[in-house]
Design a protein around this ligand. Structure first.
Ligand code: TYD
Length: 128
């Protein structure tokens, strides 16, 4: 979990993130997931190279991560806390609240060939 700067203000809070400074990569892409229907899940894959920081900009959701040996689960529900997910980590996002907005900051542009979408293939790669 990465705690980001929080600038409190009577007019509202402000948080920011700088590539390399707050996350161990240069930010090359941002995408966000929203309007997730109840019970739906996202993710369910890993990446060969991509690193990400995942932040709940609004609402809450759970992120389960698996490096092939260990599994952990995190609840994200604060706009100033992100979850850093290194490469070759299987991730699944579940339990989205109503109006949840999930911001993902990524270390590279979109590249389908970087995805590992088969769990057996993932296990073969990380724990041959
Ligand atoms: P995917 O990464 O599988 O979604 P998630 O992990 O959030 O469940 O992406 C879903 C679709 O969106 C897939 O067809 C690829 C496309 N996509 C892009 O075109 N660009 C992007 O930056 C991302 C993240 C996805």
């Amino acid at each position: 979990m990465v705690e980001l700067p929080l600038i409190p203000d009577q007019r509202g809070n402000l948080t920011f993130v700088e590539g390399v400074n707050h996350v161990p990569f240069e930010i090359k892409r941002a995408y966000w997931i929203y309007d997730v229907p109840g019970g739906a899940h996202r993710g369910g894959h890993a990446y060969h190279q991509l690193e990400e920081l995942v932040i709940a900009l609004s609402g809450s959701f759970e992120v389960s991560v698996d490096d092939g040996v260990q599994r952990s689960s995190f609840t994200l529900n604060r706009g100033y806390v992100g979850l850093y997910i290194p490469a070759t980590t299987w991730r699944t996002l579940t339990h989205f609240s109503t109006n949840a907005v999930c911001l993902c900051l990524a270390s590279a542009p979109y590249d389908e060939s970087d995805y590992i979408r088969s769990y057996p293939e993932f296990l073969e790669l990380v724990a041959p």
